[in-house]
Design a protein around this ligand. Sequence first.
Ligand code: 13P
Ligand code: SF4
Length: 342
Amino acid sequence: MMIDVTEIQPTGVDRFPVRRPLPRAEVEPLAREIFALKKQLNAVILAHNYQVPEIQDIADYVGDSLGLSQQAAATPADVIVFCGVHFMAETAKILNPDKIVVLPDKDAGCSLEESCPADQLAALQKTNPNFYTVTYINCSAAVKALSDVICTSGNAVKIVEASPWDKDLLFVPDENLGAWVMEQTGRPMTLWQGSCYAHVEFRRDSLLRMREQFPDAKVVVHPESLREVRDLADAVCSTEKMITYCKTSPAKQFVIVTESGIIHRMQKECPDKEFLCAPTFDVMRLPTDNCRCSECKFMKLNTLEKVRDCMKQLAPRIELPEPILQRARRPIERMLEISARS
Ligand code: 13P
Ligand code: SF4
């Protein structure tokens, strides 16, 4: 099933484009097969907020990295179909070593994960025995195994606040999220120099123009964005908290500064509100570019067909070496435990 640019539709005059759901005639036969396989396998389908609309629509749960980890930790299903990227499916496997975890496309990676090879992290850790490593969940299982505690964008502030005061905090691998957490907590940290290739495309100039064009809109920004962009935000938060913010805010219009897949849930859950996808370049300088949305090329590798196929074949399957599974589990459990504290 190919997605061509004609399926990227503008949401209105002068609005920025978002992907619209596939036609029902294409979705329904696949959805029927997926539901039958789900029953047969006793499977659960977990999907990230950036997945294409038709995957979100057939999932049992759609959410951010924290919600997905919590769901993975609690599921009674025998098979977890993880519609997201590789590190998310690995996290589900670490929490469920005896279950089958499949990912629709094995190449669904993450630029943050790529930026932090485990051997380089181990070498940095050796330079300071007093380091306490707080690791953003967007990393490999091998990096999780080297960590003291994991965090997501939804709980990073809480996790850092709960970290021991007599330790030197090392935050990996997202320097932008790390810088935001330092601002929020006042705790100094050594930051790994990694970033999300998609979120750093949002820029202050183009966002300022959006504010001029839509002065009543609230600006909601993911903390993987650059500081120049975060500084213009009405709210900085994880994808799940973005949805809660838009639902509970009295505002009717929002500029969303994150991957455009999230707009689908926002439109479904707040049908009376308008969501504008922030452009990833200066709209005044490049007025003829017809794809002005930000899409994560990794998240968008998953399709409904691949979901069906991975359930049929029980592959690509996540497998991890036993020592990594064991060592990576503790920092994830520590995160879940701190997150559950009131
Ligand atoms: P959330 O946990 O906020 O959904 O973020 C995941 C992610 O990969 C953002 O790019
Ligand atoms: Fe990774 Fe960025 Fe894609 Fe999120 S949006 S999965 S951080 S590359």
